[in-house]
Write a protein that binds this ligand. Structure first.
Ligand SMILES: *Cc1c(COP(=O)(O)O)cnc(C)c1O
Length: 418
């Protein structure tokens, strides 16, 4: 099934609707299966919603490829050019590159911390050779590489001269596309329209579950559950309104969810106080100055109506769940998806349940090996043989100057081409 297979002449869609559906269809063309999303039904009522069939094998491909298509469309209409600048240690960088590679109106500069991404994640970024993709390996941590990026975004003149943008997980376009995950899953899983369905969402920066909350607010009869790894800030916020930073990030097997500050909580608070900007700002100001805030009771109550339950899942539980599901179904879960299925093993229910599968297990060979499952490749093995293209930011160099020079250079070359 396509996201939208109806064409204007059959359904009398408006011009904008036809255009929008064309952008979506062409953005999702590179997905590895024609139906884009597949639901795998395992024993014991476990419905795995496989959102990971994009090129980089994680669910972020869905939103970022469509956002790439939308940006490209509006830029070409206005004859404009932008530069996307991001730092990444996980799946966002590769999915963002994939969403914009080869697009005319966009250049993307990605900084990745050398040796701190998985080998596959790194290759997914460094093997892209299109002219509009610029990847730097940085000799430092992800916190280190955030510095020169912050400096660039703090420079208003630079930002407006070069149309610098960031497409991190609070980007509304991404959330908007992710709302579709929940409508799609609901209609695939419900016994009859109007019957409830529970959807369990592995959660990191809370972008995906925020989209689920918006779908629910739009009237979709879903019950939402958030599962997290040992980085439990979201779970504490939902359970008791305790929105406070842990002292540091804990490394876990579900590494794409190793997040200290889930940026979308601000949006959740905003949704839960009916869009009261002033109140949201007050709460976030307190959080930013003290690294903690207690979510007021009325907002917490609404939040708990939107997200019914949450669970913190340890690495041991992740491994056990991967093993159990493999033994019973010969099906391999990725470690993030395993947190959702662990919830199912802990909390019995008669409800129809769907589990968002955020990545292919092939992307996380270390977790697969820990669960004593033989390696799976899912078509990524060829990455090792492809030519690579990247630049270095070495220790001791002035990374901010390197970045500024790169940005100037990109703009200069664009002007020459036009
Ligand atoms: C990004 C990511 C998540 C977390 O998604 P959020 O929208 O940030 O909550 C979970 N699993 C994988 C594999 C991811 O790449």
């Amino acid at each position: 099934m396509k996201y939208c297979s109806t064409r204007g002449q059959e359904k009398n869609l408006t011009f904008e609707e036809v255009l929008f559906s064309d952008i979506i269809i062409s953005s999702l063309k590179r997905f590895r299966i024609p139906e884009v999303v597949r639901i795998e039904k395992l024993k014991g009522g476990i419905n795995i919603i496989e959102l990971f069939h994009g090129t980089t094998l994680a669910f972020k491909d869905l939103a970022l490829s469509v956002v790439g298509g939308l940006i490209d469309h509006y830029l070409s209409q206005r004859n404009k050019h932008i530069i996307i600048l991001i730092g990444t240690s996980g799946d966002t960088g590769s999915a963002a590159i994939e969403g914009v590679r080869g697009r005319k109106g966009i250049d993307i500069v990605v900084l990745l911390p050398d040796g701190r991404c998985s080998m596959i994640q790194e290759l997914q970024m460094t093997t892209v050779t299109e002219d509009n993709v610029h990847v730097y390996k940085v000799e430092g941590t992800s916190d280190d590489l955030d510095e020169p990026i912050k400096q660039c975004f703090g420079d208003q003149k630079l930002v407006s001269k070069h149309n610098l943008i960031s497409i991190n997980s609070i980007n509304w376009g991404r959330i908007m596309v992710q709302v579709a995950h929940f409508f799609f899953s609901y209609y695939q899983l419900c016994s009859n329209v109007g019957a409830p369905v529970e959807i369990v969402v592995p959660t990191g920066a809370a972008g995906n579950i925020t989209a689920g909350c918006i779908a629910k607010k739009m009237g979709l009869p879903i019950t939402l559950v958030a599962t997290v790894n040992k980085n439990d800030i979201i779970s504490r916020a939902i359970d008791k309104g305790d929105f406070s930073l842990n002292s540091s990030v804990t490394q876990t097997l579900a590494s794409a969810m190793d997040i200290q500050n889930p940026y979308n909580v601000e949006r959740l608070i905003y949704l839960c106080c009916d869009g009261d900007v002033e109140r949201t700002r007050q709460i976030m100001d307190e959080f930013e100055s003290k690294d903690k805030v207690s979510i007021p009771d009325d907002i917490l109550h609404t939040l708990q109506e939107l997200i019914a339950d949450s669970m913190v899942v340890s690495d041991t539980a992740i491994t056990t769940t991967m093993k159990t599901v493999y033994a019973e179904n010969k099906y391999v879960l990725c470690p993030h998806t395993a947190t959702a299925v662990y919830y199912h093993h802990q909390r019995n229910s008669d409800a129809i349940r769907g589990f968002i599968a955020t990545a292919s297990p092939a992307k996380f060979p270390e977790a697969v090996a820990k669960a004593d499952i033989s390696p799976i490749t899912d078509g990524v093995e060829h990455l090792q043989d492809l030519p690579t293209k990247f630049l270095w930011m070495r220790k001791g160099e002035d990374w901010h100057s390197i970045l500024c020079a790169k940005i100037e250079n990109i703009t200069k070359n664009k002007d020459r081409k036009v």
